[in-house]
Design a protein around this ligand. Structure first.
Ligand code: ADP
Ligand code: MG
Length: 227
């Protein structure tokens, strides 16, 4: 069975590619056969995959944006190797309601990165409404989780993001701090978990809750958290 995780937020620059590439390399390092689908015409995930050192567990990258507007892309799953266990889908910015349906097809989990700023919180609140109403994620049994990204833990903006997330019925699963290790990892085709040194320990720690949540069976999640 292929498990598919979609990283989605119409806002550009919130961390979709960062989370996609870090997750893809994490699964690959766990011995899971992983494919990374880049739907963004900017191709940042593809660039990351090209930089990935050959001696590290491989991630099979697919440029899904190429023929995005043709019916060929609808059968993208035919383009990942048949033994693929985990698919990570890096969505583009500006996904419209019409496109949303297409992106949600066959997806098990949606991760929504959001940055702590008033503008981003406002935009994500609207997007979450759309995901629940038009995307019908609950009816489809799709797990949805929110990730705070580029967090400065003592900032007022982060506190107001946390406050907002406590008012909605979607799980707030992790906070990733603002860290240059993400920038370095992106350049070298790796994930922060593949960086050695004490200074990166905090970043590795930030991911633990996320891995755990992803690996939690859906039924348990539904009964414990609900929407
Ligand atoms: N937690 C973080 N700390 C520092 N820089 C980050 C972090 N997350 C993302 N970035 C940087 O912010 C920029 C935008 O992130 P990216 O993942 O490309 O967003 P998106 O794919 O949503 O457009 C990139 O340059 C990335 O390296
Ligand atoms: Mg991107």
């Amino acid at each position: 069975m292929m498990n598919r995780i979609l990283i989605l937020n119409p806002k550009g620059g919130c961390g979709k590619t960062t989370i996609s590439t870090n997750l893809a390399s994490y699964f690959a390092c766990q011995g899971v056969t992983t494919a990374l689908l880049d739907y963004d015409p900017q191709g940042s995930s593809m660039r990351w995959a090209r930089q990935r050192p050959k001696n590290l567990p491989s991630v099979y990258a697919v440029n899904a944006s190429e023929k995005y507007n043709t019916s060929v892309t609808r059968s993208w799953y035919l383009r990942v190797p048949p033994d693929t266990e985990q698919v990570i889908i890096d969505a583009p910015a500006g996904v419209t309601t019409a496109r949303l349906q297409e992106h949600l097809r066959n997806v098990n989990t949606v991760l929504i990165p959001v940055m702590p700023s008033a503008i981003d919180v406002h935009a994500v609140a609207r997007f979450i409404q759309e995901l629940l109403l038009q995307g019908k994620v609950k009816q489809r049994g799709i797990k949805v989780g929110i990730i705070a990204n580029r967090v400065k833990s003592k900032s007022v903006a982060y506190k107001s993001l946390c406050r907002f997330l406590s008012t909605i019925k979607l799980p707030f699963i992790a906070s990733l701090r603002d860290s240059q290790f993400y920038v370095a990892a992106a350049e070298h085709g790796i994930g922060v978990h593949e960086i050695k040194g004490k200074n990166v320990d905090q970043d590795k720690e930030n991911w633990k809750a996320l891995y755990e949540w992803i690996n939690t069976p859906e039924e348990l999640y539904k009964t414990e958290v609900g929407y």
